[in-house]
Design a protein around this ligand. Structure first.
Ligand SMILES: N[C@@H](CCC(=O)N[C@@H](CS)C(=O)NCC(=O)O)C(=O)O
Length: 289
């Protein structure tokens, strides 16, 4: 890879497999499966294939919130997909999500199993199926969906833009860090203004909009992703901090963020979740011996 100063854009882009960076070994310019591998299927109707990244955590928080609400048929199996090992390119996973990204959900309770991919689509599917965390009133529902889709459109600037160039890129490029820091701070300000007079993103009701936004922007201000709270002056977004701490304290959120987690304190890592009791008996601190 050339330094930005001596790079001349070629006529036709060539894939340089050794381009470096944390994700170089899994990134490629074509879609589709690289190997045959069936997905495991557990005992519950809902089968989740995921990893505890912010996009994955949205879904496990939602499922734990549904269970906390007494929706017992939202019981689920959460299978671990190690994206660093390329599990997302197995044939079974690609059947579940042709885009090869976690999270992917398969609902076996429908006549023919229903596949759902894209975390926003999964949240909406579950909210409609269980009549929860999505307001009924048309105006409130529309506001909730606006914030849900705001998250889906905005987070790539935070993750793929800011996070990538601030943390993962093999060289620190001022232009890229400036560009995406500016946008990330603008987005935090958007949230801060919205949360000034609203307890939750769409008012007094906790919805799938909060569940989608929290694992990204909540995690940034709580300094749990990218270690960038100081750089971004995250403490200045007081309303986002208040909201992030309030959501973080929810028991379902604390459970949801443990599922499919493979880093951090061992007692916070539940690699696979097949039963509610797994939180008490199957975390990594209990497996370690
Ligand atoms: N828009 C997608 C993004 C999903 C996504 O980017 N997933 C990442 C992890 S956070 C992934 O699976 N990356 C693997 C890869 O790019 O090969 C969603 O919200 O579900």
């Amino acid at each position: 890879m050339s330094d930005s100063d001596d790079y001349t854009v070629p006529k036709v882009w060539q894939w340089q497999k050794e381009s470096g960076g944390n994700w170089a070994s899994i990134n490629r310019p074509v879609a589709g499966a690289t190997h045959e591998k069936a997905l495991p299927v557990g005992k519950h109707p809902l089968q989740l294939y995921s990893l505890a990244t912010p996009n994955g955590v949205k879904v496990t928080v939602m499922l734990e919130e549904l269970l906390a609400l007494g929706k017992t048929d939202a019981e689920y199996d959460a299978h671990l997909i190690k994206i660093g090992d390329g599990d997302q390119f197995g044939s079974g996973f690609v059947d579940a999500n042709p885009n090869s990204k976690i999270p992917a959900l398969i609902d076996h309770s429908t006549d023919k199993p229903t596949r759902v991919f894209e975390s926003g689509a999964i949240l909406l599917y579950l909210a409609e199926k269980y009549h929860a965390f999505l307001p009924q009133d048309p105006a409130a529902r529309t506001e909730c969906l606006s914030w849900l889709f705001w998250q889906m459109g905005s987070a790539p600037y935070l993750g793929g833009g800011f996070g990538h160039f601030y943390v993962y890129a093999p060289v620190k490029i001022e232009y890229c860090i400036d560009r995406f820091t500016m946008e990330t701070k603008r987005q935090l300000d958007v949230l801060d203004r919205q949360l000034q007079d609203n307890q939750y993103l769409t008012g007094s009701e906790y919805t799938i909009a909060d569940i989608a936004v929290w694992p990204w922007y909540g995690a940034v201000v709580l300094n749990e992703v990218y270690g960038a709270a100081e750089f971004l002056e995250a403490h200045t977004y007081a309303n986002v901090n208040r909201w992030a701490k309030e959501i973080q304290a929810r028991p379902a959120v604390q459970r949801g963020r443990m599922v499919n987690r493979v880093s951090g304190p061992l007692e916070q890592q539940l690699h696979e979740r097949h039963d509610a009791s797994d939180f008490d008996t199957k975390t990594q601190d209990k497996q370690a011996t």
